[in-house]
Unconditional design. Structure first.
Length: 293
């Protein structure tokens, strides 16, 4: 494997992005510790993101996500949540400092870190946040650079790697309760089935980017189907599926080609397993760690 630095990786990544897309994606949103949770919601929806680093008074960074905000609704008065400073909220929610990596470190080090977290903050020579690398970034890179996958892992069937008996909710379930399931299971998305148990859609936490202080409670009172239609359009999007015998390499390419975070393995339209970006990067991180030994 030919390793590169984090800085070189980001340069190559940006070269492949159009100038228009760079304007949309290369702006790193940082929340100030005095920003309120309502301010965070506005910045999330304005930049179409679901999480951002919070600069704490001690100079450290913590990651605040929409799921963190949802998790507190059951325990704290809603109005208090929206008006609370994000630095105080991160303390109440018990959030830990965000993992960081210097831009001169090697990409494989970032992959190891992303085996257990969804995002890593990249710092520049001045000790300031420079960019963020996500698990999806690693999927996109590895899909184009298959040498990062050993021949043994590349050939393993997804059926041997999938999480069996995937957690699913029904179209008729309340969407707030459905996201609570994500929180409980520590998932970033779950399957959606119809009344016959057939896979009908995918409820991803990425859709929380459509929540604003104005529509926050309205959207969360909807059914799963209503929420999906309000955020994605009137026609439900069928999730991407793979066969039991499709390989790890095929799974990586399918995640990359469709820019999605999970694949459902089905049997006669019934979901029997799920394979996610977290599963994939965790396996890649283990390979990197093993190669260091």
């Amino acid at each position: 494997m030919t390793d590169i630095t984090v800085s070189e990786y980001l340069d190559r990544k940006n070269e492949a992005i159009s100038e228009k897309d760079q304007l949309l994606t290369n702006h790193l949103v940082i929340l100030g510790y005095n920003d309120s949770v309502a301010d965070a919601l506005k910045k999330f929806s304005g930049s179409k993101i679901i999480a951002a680093p919070v600069l704490m008074p001690n100079g450290h960074f913590r990651l605040l996500s929409m799921l963190d905000i949802l998790s507190a609704i059951a325990d704290i008065n809603n109005d208090v949540i929206l008006s609370m400073p994000v630095s105080q909220f991160t303390n109440v929610a018990g959030l830990m400092d965000l993992k960081v990596i210097h831009k001169t470190k090697m990409l494989t080090e970032a992959i190891e870190m992303l085996g257990t977290v969804h995002r890593v903050l990249v710092m520049n020579d001045d000790g300031l946040p420079f960019d963020i690398i996500t698990q999806m970034d690693i999927i996109d890179w590895v899909a184009k650079h298959q040498e990062y996958i050993s021949h043994k892992l590349a050939a393993v069937p997804l059926g041997h790697l999938m999480v069996t008996s995937p957690v699913c909710v029904k179209l008729s379930d309340n969407v707030f309760d459905a996201f609570k399931v994500c929180l409980k299971m520590k998932y970033h998305g779950i399957g959606v089935v119809d009344e016959q148990g057939n896979i009908a859609s995918n409820l991803s936490v990425s859709l929380l980017k459509f929540l604003t202080p104005d529509n926050f409670y309205h959207l969360l009172r909807m059914s799963v189907q209503g929420f999906l239609q309000a955020t994605q359009g009137s026609l439900l999007k069928l999730p991407k599926t793979c066969a039991y015998n499709d390989t790890f390499s095929t799974g990586i390419k399918t995640l990359h080609n469709n820019h999605i975070h999970r694949l459902f393995i089905t049997n006669q339209d019934k979901p029997v397993g799920v394979f996610s970006t977290s599963d994939a990067v965790s396996l890649l991180a283990k390979e990197v760690a093993d190669q260091r030994k």
